[in-house]
Design a protein around this ligand. Sequence first.
Ligand code: IVH
Length: 700
Amino acid sequence: MTKDEARQRIAELSETLERHNYNYYILAQPTISDYEFDMMLEELARLEKEFPEFLSPASPTQRVGGGITKVFQTVTHRYPMLSLANSYSKEEIQEFITRIKKSIDEEVEFCCELKFDGLSISLQYEDGRLVRAVTRGDGMQGDDVTTNVKTIHTIPLRLRGDYPAFFEMRGEIVMPFESFKRLNEERNDEEQAPFANPRNAAAGTLKLQDSKEVARRHLESFEYYMMMDDLESRFSTHYESLMAARKWGFNISNFVGLCKTVDEIFDFINYWDEKRHELPFAIDGIVLKVNRFEQQKILGYTAKSPRWAIAYKFKAEEVETELQSVDFQVGRHGTITPVANLAPVQLAGTTVKRATLNNEDFIRQFDLHYGDTVTVVKGGEIIPKIIGVNLNKRQAGAKAVEFVKNCPICGSQLVQNEGEVAWYCPNVLGCSPQVRGRIEHFIGRKAMNIESLGEGKVELLYEEGLVHNVADLYDLTYDKLFGLEKVITIQDEYSLIPIATRKVSFKEKTSQNILEALEKSKSVPFERVLFALGIKFVGESVAKVLAKALHDIDHIIGASIEEMTQIDEIGEKIALSVKTFFEDQRNIDIVNRLKAAGLQFAIEEKQASDKEQVLAGKSFVVSGVFQHYSRDGIKETIEAYGGKSVSSISSKTDYVLAGDKMGPEKRKKAEALGIPILTEDEFDQMIGVKRNEEFTGLLF
Ligand code: IVH
């Protein structure tokens, strides 16, 4: 390919891909398959690598992430980023309108918009290309987060139509609830503190150094304000400017209203106060803006905010209830978490019975007493939170809540690590929630995937004295299992209130399935075995990093803190935790028994394959029936070409390979996560298999 041809093809692909990005993410009307999109994107990336001189900073390949920002540069805003005056009642809105009417004699129309609960961003465009994205900062100066912002699909990298040569678009970056939930689940799996709400999660994400991780977390953006020197000569109203911006490719909310009276405004506000729970992202109010630019000009600005706009903030959803008692829960790593039992109350559409009290400091901070009337909120948070105590309602003689000194389960004296607020039960191998928690973690889907051994069965095996640690699992035999039986109580995941009883019994089939699953788990790759051991701070990805760097368990056991911290992504906290874990002879004994049982304790040397590794690094979920492959056959083919076949769909799945009769649930999940669904033909194309269909008929 000549240079000229390359330039032309790169331009053509970039334009086409950005158009399809717009169709998919903004219009939600894709016109090509995800596979076709991926193929074009790959071609573009290939050409840009070969002809780096034509790589544009606004190329669609930049959305995939990969760029690292070591230090975010401070940038001065060309136009300061002001904030909005807040209001909380109809009276205040009425006053705002009256004030405006004093300066403006004619009819005033208001543009009513959702107040997105995220973080504001300034997007600068030059000749239709996104050149810079800056956070609000202190309003005068913010951080340059361009590399990360480019991964947000709803932010256009190139504009279409008659856009101005230079202008700025202001908007909000939000994390949709779906992404927020997924992220917190992952963080929970990896023992990282969850984000309290989507806004914090979005803010934390935008400041990540690795833009690939930003891309993976699926942020979104809505734009609501245009800024340029001669804005009024182009448009006469704010609404017009928004509609033009939409045509140029910006994600402008569909829920923009034009209202003239306070009643109309309040119909809009009341509607969204109720309907906001149905939106896929958080809003915390409504913004009213005087629509005509001429009128805005007359009203002007205060030092902090425009006089022509105001935010109406929804009332925080909070409620008072009684703190009845406090439970102290023991986690898998022995951490003691106090949980408040509350008199049940309705809050944001659900009944709240419990709220986390986090740790001892939290109890002290509020000086909590039993019987206290506490205020509970549920904003974007998943778990309700206590935000205050009504001291006027405290009963005389109420007893203060004391943090326990001993483990509520095994009675061991609790310990505290230096510099940490958390208390731990040190009885790691003898305290049942810790032991059971570790076994449950070990059999989990992302670890050894011994699905047939659900929670109830672990409880039964533990109580029967058959399994005290994960190595005991591999000593189970048919005779030991068959015939065991127990009625167990199932508790609500968060409230811990018993919700049902279930009989757990080990019949013939169950016992066989468990033994088969245990046998199969012996081929689970080393990194997952390492994760399954349940070492504190060694989540799925840390386990992968350690396994890749140190190859086998003996090297990991023998590695010094210094050796470990030299590995990228391994910090002192993780290294110390690994070291401590293997300093305990009991853990070494368990590892030795697992080794003897035949589990993988070294990474597999890369299998030599005669096939080109075109699927390297890609993970597939296979579902349904295929024309040219058996179920196992297609999985083997994926692996032969360097890919990985995984059993269930997650945000980390690259493709879902759909045969006939693919389960509707799987399809729904894949679509919700935006994972490309491939047909068998598309898969064949990917690996370069050509079939001559003409010869599949009868031959004479
Ligand atoms: S207009 C000059 N419109 O609310 C004022 N702001 O409290 C420009 N926000 O910093 C802002 N949704 O981050 C505007 N539809 C909307 C908004 C919105 C959310 C945020 C924005 C601003 C803050 C003010």
